[in-house]
Design a protein around this ligand. Structure first.
Ligand code: NAD
Length: 229
């Protein structure tokens, strides 16, 4: 069977969860990465059976998540983490959640994976029009929503089996005006799409790993609700 790592699952409403279910139904082993600040609530909800109804697969069995890893895709290694984040209670309660450490932990636990799913994005100023977006807000959107994929792929490629596949989720706002999708999020998705072509070339040639992105339709996930979609 295949083993899939899905980055960006923190509840049962988003694309990450739905993709995990499809992969589980197809027989894949599921491991997930959850944003550190959302980890406790996700793990306790999972344990307490809050997601059991959403875990039901077409054959009637329940999706198993073999392991949940804490992660924060805006930090590549411990040196990148600022003091205030390090000392933040939610972060200090977990360890090894930078991208490099995450890939090392997955390697240690499982050896390799076949499928990498990037289902995460964040734009602190998403509700502001691009014309009113600060430099910091713009760069934060790109860091969390675009470079996070480059970083994940970079660190996971060495533990991906040849013939493996990676996928991310993009949005039509990269090519057409979608008012409300601001803060540099439209720019971040345009970067993600361009990077998909370049990374497909590089990772395909060098490692026989496929790289694709799906432009998903609107879904009332937690992230979408936060911007009033
Ligand atoms: P979601 O809230 O289920 O998923 C986003 C996840 O990203 C959350 O679990 C959040 O905890 C995580 N996250 C945020 N910052 C992070 C960080 N720094 N490190 C690690 N994780 C972080 O919402 P969703 O809408 O399912 O989003 C999944 C993907 O789908 C995103 O790339 C989003 O842009 C894309 N998408 C969504 C829609 C839509 O309408 N919902 C449409 C097209 C594309």
């Amino acid at each position: 069977g295949k083993r899939a790592f899905i980055a960006g699952v923190a509840d049962d409403h988003g694309y990450g969860w739905a993709i995990a279910k499809s992969l589980a139904a197809a027989g894949a082993e599921i491991i997930v990465g959850t944003w550190v600040p959302a980890l406790n609530i996700f793990e306790s909800s999972l344990r307490r059976g809050k997601f059991d109804e959403s875990r039901i697969l077409p054959d009637g069995s329940l999706m198993e998540i073999t392991k949940v890893y804490p992660m924060d895709a805006v930090y590549d290694s411990p040196e990148d983490v600022p003091e205030d984040v390090k000392s933040n209670k939610r972060y200090s309660g977990s360890s090894k959640w930078t991208v490099k450490e995450l890939a090392e932990a997955v390697k240690q636990d499982f050896g390799s994976i076949d499928i990498l799913v990037h289902s995460l994005a964040n734009g602190p100023e998403v509700t502001k029009p691009l014309l009113e977006t600060s430099r910091n807000g713009y760069l934060a959107a790109i860091s969390a929503s675009s470079y996070s994929f480059v970083s994940l792929l970079k660190e996971f490629v060495p533990i991906m089996n040849p013939g493996g596949a990676s996928i991310s989720l993009t949005y039509i706002a990269s090519e057409r005006i979608i008012p409300g999708y601001g803060g540099g999020m439209s720019s971040a998705k345009a970067a993600l799409e361009s990077d998909t072509r370049v990374l497909a070339f590089e990772a395909g040639r060098k490692h026989k790993i496929r790289v694709n992105t799906i432009s998903a339709g609107p879904l009332r996930s937690r992230a979408a609700k936060a911007i009033g979609f």
